[in-house]
Design a protein around this ligand. Structure first.
Ligand SMILES: [Zn+2]
Length: 160
């Protein structure tokens, strides 16, 4: 339900969606000092990830000793990497603290996976991991076809 509400809110912001500065304006605490190196097609997916992480942190605020922030957000080997600073919990209970940690890790991991299925150039789905002389990118069929040397990793003889 929250997701629906957020999607609608973003729909009205479409023209700015590929500009990562928008993310820095929207989530100043989460992105303070962040090395942001993600491709333009992923801005929207990263926006969704940040919204969910922000919401999760808000919901668990009383259990946290300050909020972590994203140290680095980038593309690596065609997949999305969102690196968060360590999570500090108020609880002395290690089990409770690690449960919190894994919950947040899982949330971020699911977003990384979803972002990694999106074209890093234009944001379209479905997209697939492609290679060009060993250089990996996640691209939709239209963006892939603009470069005749780009091949699908799944069709590459190296992956057989
Ligand atoms: Zn594309």
């Amino acid at each position: 339900m929250t997701r629906m509400r957020l999607r609608k809110a973003w729909a009205g912001m479409a023209p700015r969606m590929s500009d990562p500065q928008y993310l820095f304006d929207q989530y100043p605490e989460l992105l303070a000092g962040c090395m942001y190196e993600a491709p333009p097609g992923w801005t929207h997916g990263i926006d969704q990830a940040l919204a969910d992480v922000h919401q999760w942190l808000t919901e668990h605020d009383d259990l946290l000793e300050g909020w972590p922030h994203f140290v680095q957000i980038k593309e690596k080997f065609g997949s999305a990497r969102l690196y968060l600073s360590p999570l500090a919990c108020v609880s002395e209970d290690r089990q409770e603290a690690s449960a919190l940690f894994f919950e947040l890790e899982d949330l971020i991991g699911r977003h990384e996976q979803a972002i990694g299925q999106t074209c890093q150039t234009c944001g379209a789905r479905p997209s697939e991991l492609c290679t060009r002389h060993g250089w990996l990118s996640t691209l939709c069929p239209a963006c892939k076809s603009k470069d005749p040397e780009m091949t699908y990793v799944s069709e590459s003889p190296d992956s057989q």
